[in-house]
Design a protein. Structure first.
Length: 231
């Protein structure tokens, strides 16, 4: 087999209870990730790695597979994304299934698109990259960043840029937190999602929203509604 999509969706979210299956603009938020993966047409298998039966049931209802459950070891607060991916790949090996490439897709990524998944796959296949993931530009030049002490005193971190024009400063990006394409063989050796040989797919800020709090959640729904109104 060639490519697998691994959607990591453990239960037990503390900041937003039931986060991975909470209703987002009319359907469980995990449904957006599953539907984008299936619609992309680039995966031989779309699966959800979870430790929760309710998440598994909903995932299967939307077309994903749940061939096994995640172990307790990789479902606690200390398990990393890389740990969970490795577990999935090794479990598939036990089932006699091996993949050349994998895409780890987060379950709370309602802005993920089939096109961005396909673009990530294209770059991984046409380059020597070990991993590919979406990036987004910081909204304000980080080189003009400030630090603050306990007495609220502030100072510039990079004082040499005090009088620099924003347009003269190097653009800086951050991980969009949606998905990671990986070369399976190399990943199983390095256990890393970001290496010295990673490439990025730039997204618009409108397509990116961290969802860690209910405030984030409401902002994401507003942003999603706006994007839908443009179609």
């Amino acid at each position: 087999m060639s490519d697998i999509c691994i959607i990591l969706a453990r239960g037990g979210s503390k900041r937003i209870p039931g986060k991975n299956i909470k209703d987002f603009s009319g359907k469980p938020i995990i449904a957006y990730s599953i539907e984008a993966a299936l619609s992309s047409g680039v995966f031989d298998e779309v699966m959800v790695s979870t430790d929760a039966t309710e998440i598994a049931r909903i995932a299967e209802n939307f077309g994903a597979k749940v061939p096994f459950f995640r172990t307790d070891k990789n479902a606690d607060d200390h398990a990393t994304t890389a740990d969970a991916i490795e577990e999935v790949l090794l479990e598939y090996c036990k089932l006699g299934k091996q993949f050349i490439n994998a895409c780890c897709l987060y379950p709370t990524a309602p802005f993920v698109s089939p096109d961005s998944l396909k673009e990530g796959r294209r770059i991984l296949g046409e380059s020597a990259a070990e991993t590919v993931f979406p990036i987004v530009k910081f909204g304000y030049p980080v080189w003009r960043g400030l630090s603050k002490d306990r007495e609220a005193a502030v100072e510039m971190i990079w004082k040499e840029h005090l009088n620099s024009r924003s347009q003269d400063l190097k653009e800086v990006y951050h991980d969009a937190g949606q998905w990671y394409w990986i070369d399976v063989k190399r990943f199983l050796k390095s256990k890393k999602l970001f290496t010295d040989n990673s490439k990025g797919v730039e997204l618009s800020p409108l397509e990116v929203q961290d969802i860690d709090t209910l405030h984030d959640w409401h902002l994401a729904e507003l942003k999603y509604g706006y994007l839908q109104s443009l179609k």
